[in-house]
Ligand binder design. Structure first.
Ligand code: ADP
Ligand code: MG
Length: 625
């Protein structure tokens, strides 16, 4: 969404933007407007009331036209406020970037100086600066800018420190760029949004501070008007002629309010975390909106999905990530789900326990039967008590799923204690037992390790141990070996295989690798564009794929010692799930497609152990030729 559209969505910020645009426009046009001279005194017409002839806002104690003084005064106050903000932001950002980028002693010296500035109450500091430089608007500007520099310097230094050690900065350094160039081309673009946000939230404050100094007679000098000096001069007539105070007072109020509202809007619109929805917390369970009453369970198994549909509703688009998936696993059985990236495997897996983020996720149809109970639409308390206890997940990246600041043992204990109360000693014993179960050598010592002290394969073993923590009946493993190298992958696969035999686990194993499927899975379901296109026993599918997509997928896998077989990449890309074609979703990429492939739904008998969603499946005799 564009920046303006984001601002416009925030009503208050939009109001602030409009008010500020009008005020700034008027301030720019002031010299062109037919206004009275602001500084000509006319003592015979003192304290004329507002709405009088010739003086729409009345006159002040010297008979000067208030409207004219207000306009010129606003112009001056805005100019000084903006200038002070610009100076403070530029100098403060420069100091912050230099301190943060060079670090070490430079950082220490600069930041201690900044700390000293911050140690003074800043109005006192501003007064001291003006007292030293002498009263006057320019000196007031310098004072206000100076007291705000530390604020910018601290802010920007913090951001710079975090950026200066990122890989892209290292890369720039390695490519031989000079420090100055790195600061200008790599660091600055990343801190500018922060500078703009800090400025937009402080300009109002600086206008107030300048007005304060002028109010005390230290800023603009008579007869020149700014908003602060107008207020100061009106002070003695506050009771008898309040309009002389109200006119500049209202203007200050309006300007500062408008700038602050706009500033908040700018901050929200520029913050990339807010833009990507960091503040919208997903619901604890995926929303359900089934328009059909679900059919009773047909497939047998401890876990059975039937016609499950999960969609993402983003604005007016509907992404059909899972479009009616039926599958089942029995205890002790391993079902593989295989498909290209983006085919809907992860969303299917997450839908089982209502873990798809809502909004935008929505389960629109189907059921998830666990032990004969439908989990789609089950109360959150039910789902919560089942998550991790009956159905556990293993994810791809253990680095991301383990908390970096806690010992792995404590994390295992936490996984257990979220379902039953357990004493510390018992928890520790159980954690060691779990680490032993996943074949981690020297478990009593490793239980005290932090995740970063373990290798990738070890961490994934901890991930598996965590999944086993509450003796689940079903494990859903979403590409658990994709981030590992092949030897470790083989170990993890054989571990999973042992565990399911020892414990009678039902495993749903998601992967994009046929080699992995062959090692572990009893049955395979091939997914494409959110639907299962072929299913069957692993051997049958590996030996004789029937869906052209499965056949093409397998032709993409290189074989060791396979000679000079040509590797055939599948032309084209999977369809976008918000614009699925009619009929077979694979037809546009399929060399066997005929006109009727793109008309109407293609049937799939999910209850059949060997089924294919294709009108012209690959015939084995033909494939053999
Ligand atoms: P994979 O098979 O690689 O695990 P996923 O299940 O992660 O694929 O994704 C399936 C489809 O759902 C993809 O096309 C993806 O673009 C879409 N998708 C996933 N999350 C969202 C979301 N939050 N909003 C819109 N579309 C999404
Ligand atoms: Mg995935």
């Amino acid at each position: 969404m564009s920046f303006l559209a984001l601002i416009a969505r925030n009503r208050l910020a939009l109001g602030g933007l409009i008010v500020m645009a009008v005020v700034i426009l008027l301030a720019l046009l002031t010299p062109l407007l037919p206004l009275a001279e602001p500084n000509i005194t006319d003592t015979s017409n003192r304290f004329v009331r507002p709405f009088s002839e010739g003086a729409p806002l009345g006159t002040d104690h010297l008979g000067r036209d208030l409207l004219s003084r207000l306009m010129w005064g606003t112009r001056l106050s805005l100019a000084v406020g903006f200038a002070a903000a610009l100076v403070a932001a530029t100098l403060g950002a420069a100091i912050g970037i230099i301190a943060g980028y060079y670090g070490g002693r430079t950082d220490n010296i600069i930041m201690r100086g900044v700390d000293m500035l911050m140690a003074f109450p800043y109005i006192l500091l501003a007064l001291a600066i003006v007292a030293a430089l002498g009263p006057g608007l320019v000196n007031a500007l310098i004072a206000v800018a100076a007291v705000n520099i530390p604020f910018f310097a601290r802010n920007i230094r913090g951001i710079t420190v975090s950026i200066a050690h990122k890989e892209f900065v290292d890369a720039a350094r390695l490519s031989g760029m000079s420090d100055a160039r790195i600061i200008l081309t790599e660091i600055l673009p990343n801190v500018i949004p922060v500078i703009v946000v800090a400025m937009s939230t402080t300009i109002g404050w600086m206008i107030l501070e300048t007005a304060g100094l002028s109010f005390l007679g230290l800023g603009s000098q008579p007869p020149v008007a700014d908003l602060g000096s107008m207020l100061g001069e009106a002070r003695s007539a506050l009771i008898t002629n309040p309009h002389t105070s109200i006119v500049p007072g209202m203007m200050i109020l309006v300007i500062v309010m408008a700038i602050n509202l706009l500033g908040d809007g700018v901050r929200d619109a520029l913050d990339p975390r807010l833009k990507s929805g960091a503040l919208n917390r997903p619901l604890p369970a995926t929303l359900v909106a089934r328009d059909r009453t679900p059919a009773p369970q047909t497939q047998e198994g401890i876990l059975a999905l039937s016609e499950l549909q999960t969609q993402f509703h983003v604005k007016d688009r509907v992404y059909r990530a899972v479009g009616g998936v039926s599958l089942a696993v029995k205890p002790g059985e391993c079902l593989g789900i295989i498909g290209e990236s983006g085919s809907g495997k992860s969303v299917t897996a997450l839908s089982v326990m209502g873990l798809v983020a809502s909004p935008p996720g929505l389960i629109t149809n189907g059921s998830v039967w666990l032990d004969g109970e439908d989990l789609v639409g089950a109360p959150y308390a039910t789902l919560r008590s089942l998550r991790g206890r009956k159905v556990a997940y293993i994810f791809q990246d253990p680095q991301a799923t383990l908390h970096p600041l806690y010992r792995v043992g404590d994390q295992l204990i936490e996984a257990i204690s979220s379902h039953r109360s357990i004493s510390r000693e018992e928890g520790r014993r159980k954690a060691i037992e779990l680490l032993e179960a996943v074949r981690i050598p020297n478990a009593p010592a490793r239980v005290n390790d932090y995740p970063h002290e373990m290798s990738g394969g070890m961490r994934q073993r901890v991930g598996i141990a965590m999944a086993l923590a509450n003796d689940p009946e079903v494990i859903i493993a979403d590409e658990p070996t994709t981030a590992l190298d092949v030897t470790v992958q083989a170990q993890i696969l054989s571990l999973l295989d042992d565990l399911r035999r020892e414990r009678g686990l039902a495993i749903i194993f998601i992967t994009h690798d046929f080699g992995v499927v062959g090692q572990l899975c009893d049955r395979v379901a091939v997914m494409y564009a959110g639907r299962i296109v072929e299913q069957g026993p692993t051997r049958a599918i590996l030996d004789a794929p029937r869906h052209p997509y499965t056949a093409r997928l397998m032709a993409c896998v290189p074989e060791l010692g396979g000679g000079r077989r040509r590797l055939e990449a599948i032309p084209g890309l999977p369809p976008a799930v918000d614009r699925l074609p009619e009929g077979c979703a694979f037809a546009p990429r399929c060399d066997r497609a005929r006109p009727d492939c793109t008309q109407g739904d293609i049937a799939f008998d999910a209850d059949n152990a060997r089924a294919v969603r294709c009108l012209y499946p690959v015939d084995q005799r033909e494939a053999a030729q």
